[in-house]
Design a protein around this ligand. Structure first.
Ligand code: PLP
Length: 509
């Protein structure tokens, strides 16, 4: 069994661990509160009371009235509902949305859809500092503008926008103002009312709550149409029996926000320590997160000369979870639209990493990351090569210097055929098979979906193998990129390695 070293979770913008208090209330609701809040007897009334309390907690955390909160199945749903509500207003003269190009895909893709329905969508320019260019935005808002849409803080760069000013600009031309506040909640003080927002969206799992629940804020009196029809729940704006345990968990997570915000200063200091350590290790490092207007936990850095996929794999092997930013698709390896929008080249975007810290991070954790990753950046690490599955053609696969090590388990092997010519050895007892993995050849590690490959590749490096690479996205990605080859040659010429044997005891390929 491969054992990982210290675990440091630095991907809190992707999701957060569920806090103990949230788990407790969710367990309680699941065990004791099975009533349907819409019914009229005691267990139902208890359930309804939980719903009321959770709504109050969320409202308090965002500067809203409880009546302005609609619980949803997450922020993606909330974003869809707010934007698709615009369809009801078509033909009323205002047909335009002015949006920032930095938005989450649940906003951008919905806008793309609205574009096909006749809504005019304009994107405002953003500067290299990650902020919308205010003069340009002001010039784009006019009497055709129905909605201005700008997120509060970006998930990749952590950059906060000046929402109060943007709201004023929108309202001065009679437009409505919508902000996706998912990455701002719990990281800065938020007051929807004071900021002049008409709509906002929130997600519980970014603030130590459960996944699959979020909220939509709609200012009293502003128009909103349901996305899900068929029930009176949530004032008739979101049909379906409430996921009470999730909603209660969300409410509890909101109740904990003041404690989280109290740690913001410490988190920012640790984030800055990390930035300094990495800049010292690699002087050309570019910081994409300006300290003056960013949430405290996020650090986006570009590391010239380093591929972010390989860096993430290296960090993963050392127990450190970081990310390339949300839009990095492991199969297509598309550079992030956010980084492109702020002016990074595709190459620079592929060299960019995001660290997002949580409140439980310690100075020791950051020292560990700075030391391990700093060594890697100074060139003392043990880099392995990441192979794009699209490159794995017949020539490459049957190169006689290549030894393909397939570390998938039995179940995965039944689901997908292996790379042709690969050698199968189970990940969990890999060390018993190493005698059969030749040191003089290039080792290509293949796992099912791309998660285990990097870990095994670094493990082999630590065992003295010189040329080690892994398939990005694993066999699954290879099947997608090389579908013809998969059908024709997948699963052929497979060797099953045997535990404990030495190299000369297995038949040659
Ligand atoms: N908006 C932003 C800025 C996000 O970062 C995310 C999640 O990554 C979402 C929306 C979607 O949230 P959910 O996972 O609740 O659908």
């Amino acid at each position: 069994m491969l054992r990982l070293r210290r675990q440091v979770y630095l991907d809190n913008n992707a999701t957060t661990e569920v806090s103990a208090a949230v788990q407790k209330i969710m367990r309680k609701v699941l065990a004791q509160c099975f009533g349907n809040p819409s019914s009229r007897y005691r267990v139902a009334r208890e359930a309804a009371e939980i719903l009321v309390q959770a709504r109050k907690n969320v409202a308090l955390a965002i500067g809203a009235d409880p009546g302005e909160i609609i619980f949803t199945g997450g922020a993606s749903e909330a974003n869809n509902q707010i934007l698709k509500s615009l369809l009801a207003a078509r033909g009323q003269g205002r047909d335009t949305v002015v949006a920032s190009p930095l938005e989450h895909p649940s906003v951008l893709k919905t806008l793309e859809y609205l574009g096909t329905c006749g809504v005019r969508v304009l994107f405002c320019p953003v500067g290299r500092d990650g902020r919308v260019v205010m003069d340009a935005l002001a010039a784009m808002i006019d009497e055709r503008t129905r909605l201005v849409c700008c997120m509060a803080a970006n998930n990749e760069t952590g950059v906060m926008q000046d929402l109060a000013t943007i709201s004023r600009l929108a309202h001065s031309k009679g437009a409505l103002m919508f902000a996706d506040c998912v990455q701002a909640l719990g990281k800065m003080l938020l007051d929807c009312n004071a900021l002049g927002l008409d709509y906002a969206s929130f997600s519980a799992h970014k603030i130590h709550g459960p996944k699959g629940v979020g909220a939509l804020y709609v200012r009293a009196g502003k128009p909103l149409t349901p996305l899900i029809h068929g029930g009176h729940q949530e004032s008739g704006l979101r049909a379906g029996t409430e996921a009470l345990h999730n909603v209660a968990g969300f409410g509890e997570a909101c109740r904990e926000i003041p404690g989280v915000l109290a740690c913001a200063g410490t988190v920012a200091v640790l984030r800055d320590h990390l930035a300094a350590a990495l800049q010292a290790a690699l002087p050309g490092t570019v910081i994409n997160t300006p300290r003056e207007f960013s949430v405290p936990n996020t650090l986006s850095i570009t590391l010239p000369g380093f591929d972010n996929g390989e860096a993430i794999a290296f960090l993963d092997y050392h127990g450190i979870a970081a990310s390339a930013g949300s839009a990095c698709n492991t199969q297509a390896n598309e550079p992030s639209h956010v980084l492109r929008a702020i002016g990074l080249s595709d190459q620079a975007a592929r060299q960019t990493l995001r660290f997002s810290l949580g409140e439980r991070i310690s100075r020791r954790d950051i020292r560990y990351v700075g030391a391990v990753f700093g060594d890697y950046l100074r060139g003392h690490g043990t880099p392995v090569t990441m192979i794009n599955p699209a490159q794995l053609n017949e020539d490459m696969l049957f190169n006689e210097n290549l030894f393909i090590l397939d570390v998938r388990n039995l179940v995965d092997r039944k689901i997908l055929k292996g790379l042709p010519g690969s050698h199968e050895a189970p990940l969990l007892s890999l060390k018993h098979y190493l005698g059969q993995v030749p040191r003089q050849r290039e080792i290509l590690v293949a796992c099912q979906g791309g998660t285990d490959g990097p870990i095994v590749a670094y493990y082999l490096k630590s065992k003295g193998y010189h040329h080690v690479s892994f398939v990005m996205g694993g066999v699954f990605a290879w099947k997608v990129c090389q579908s013809e080859l998969y059908v024709r040659l997948g699963g052929t010429c497979i060797t099953v390695l045997e535990p404990g044997k030495k190299l000369h005891e297995i038949p040659s390929d």
